[in-house]
Design a binder for this molecule. Structure first.
Ligand code: TYD
Ligand code: MG
Length: 464
């Protein structure tokens, strides 16, 4: 077997060079280039991909779409994020911080699938058989069709998978898998890529759906998920604040699903419980009559979610005033404070401003702008907002309120949860007048109109 020439691979970003360098010229990392001595790439590829069917061209109409054969994970929120279940032969990456609940989620899904649909092979390179079993016994009934394999060798895993031919293969985690062909340490860029390519070839060839766990570090920099994202069909990201019990699953990429989706779970003593009605939970502990609190209907993928947004405007605690944004992007927050100061003459630069989205939720869309403005105004004036009020809209630099997508869905959720009034962009109303009898809707064009609305409420008191 011919030996391929030696090359050096940056373990942080994947940059390749034929000569060693002390610092990666691409990502700037020091001492990250490691020699990669592998057997011939072509031979490795051939050993992994042996199918002959894939060498023939096929009419597109003759290809089985697989859409009808999705395997349900038994967890509706996970199915939603995957676009309706696991597509046979698909390759899914679940990433997130260590300790967030990835193993718990996949063990729960594996147990459900083993109960109903078929054999699941759960490969754990991190936990012993006993540890996995003791965790599983708290999560639900056990089934013979869930097979555990504590293994880290890629070759052994491929061999066992090929022999067992499970419906679903779970790898926990990609960072622990080592190929005997490579000398780089587990978790390095080369090892992760090698394991991903090997597992994917098997998944595609034998139609085995594979779900892989990949940790990310606090810097989000570890080779794992980044080295794999372009290879896999679906990337699902699990997030949540460490001290919060809510966990959000987000689709970052999905070749089998129409839109970015979100699933919401609660971590309990018996595993992750689905939250079919998250808005209710996020609003459950809202203080009544507190200035600075407002409800915003935000969209997570195509799903409307009502969350509480709070602002606190306070006298500065240090010579330089502070801005803290939790759950909203800080650059956006700073921009909005500047617009409020300039357009409404609020003396915010002389105050500390804190903005927080309750429940550990992160709101990434500009439709939250008007909610932030309303909460800041409410706190600055020490004026509680109507408890039945919700607010959404984008704010431009001139203080204009701009239209946002899917206004109807936000209003629908607000009406469903029993809110009584909504301030929203006038432009959205001009396009289409919503029809929710229990919800009074007012359209705004400028920030001045927002202050007018809030002043009226101060004068007449809270309505309803
Ligand atoms: P885990 O799934 O091991 O995280 P990951 O695989 O992402 O590293 O989850 C670990 C945390 O979840 C741990 O802090 C304990 C908690 N947990 C529960 O609260 N309830 C449970 O039923 C289980 C299994 C875990
Ligand atoms: Mg784990």
């Amino acid at each position: 077997m011919a030996k391929s020439p030696t090359h050096y691979l940056c373990q942080s970003c994947g940059y390749q060079t034929v000569g060693w360098m002390g610092r990666c010229p691409d990502c700037g990392e020091w001492a990250s280039l490691l020699e990669e001595r592998a057997t011939n790439e072509r031979d490795r590829g051939r050993r992994i991909v042996t199918s002959s069917a894939s060498h023939c061209a096929t009419p597109i109409t003759a290809v089985d779409s697989g859409a009808l054969n999705r395997v349900s994970t038994g967890l509706a929120e996970l199915d939603r994020v995957l676009g309706g279940g696991i597509v046979p032969g698909s390759f899914v990456l679940l990433s997130g911080d260590p300790g967030i609940g990835k193993s718990t989620l996949l063990l729960q899904a594996s147990m459900q699938i083993a109960q109903k649909d078929g054999v699941v092979l759960y490969v754990s390179g991190e936990e012993s058989l006993q540890q996995t079993r003791s965790r599983a016994s708290r999560l639900g009934p056990l089934s013979d069709r869930l097979l555990l394999l504590p293994e880290t060798s890629l070759q052994m895993i491929l061999e066992q998978t090929d022999r067992i031919r499970p419906t679903i293969l779970v790898i926990d985690s990609i960072q622990t898998i080592t190929s005997e062909d490579l000398e780089s340490p587990p978790g390095s860029f080369s090892q992760v890529r090698e394991a991903a390519v090997g597992l994917m070839a098997l998944a595609k060839e034998k139609g085995i759906s594979t779900v892989i766990i990949g940790h990310i570090t606090k810097e989000g920099a570890i080779a794992g998920p980044k080295a794999m994202e372009h290879l896999v069909d679906t990337v699902v990201f699990m997030e949540g604040e460490g001290h919060q019990i809510h966990r959000l699953l987000r689709t970052v990429k999905n070749r089998f699903g129409p839109t970015p989706e979100v699933g919401v779970f609660e971590m309990t003593a018996s595993g992750l419980q689905e939250l079919a009605n998250p808005s209710e939970v996020f609003l459950a502990q809202r203080p009544s009559g507190a200035p600075g609190s407002v409800v915003i209907p935000t969209l997570e993928g195509s799903r409307p979610l009502l969350v509480e947004l709070q602002a606190l405007v306070a006298a500065p605690s240090a010579p330089i005033s502070r801005r803290v944004f939790n759950g909203v992007e800080s650059n956006r927050g700073i921009l909005l404070l500047a617009v409020l100061e300039k357009r409404l003459g609020l003396p915010l630069s002389a105050c500390d401003v804190y903005v927080n989205v309750v429940g550990g939720i992160r709101v990434g869309e500009t439709a939250a702008d008007l909610g932030i403005a309303a909460a800041v105004l409410s706190s600055a004036r020490n004026l509680p907002l109507d408890p039945g009020l919700c607010v959404f809209g984008e704010i431009g630099l001139a203080g204009e309120i701009r239209a946002v997508p899917m206004a109807e869905r936000r209003l629908e959720e607000a009406a469903r949860l029993g809110l009584s009034c909504c301030l929203m962009p006038r432009h959205n109303l001009d396009r289409r007048q919503p029809d929710f009898p229990s919800l009074r809707v007012s359209g705004l064009r400028t920030l001045e109109e927002l202050t007018e609305r809030l002043k009226i409420r101060q004068a007449v008191g809270s309505h309803d």
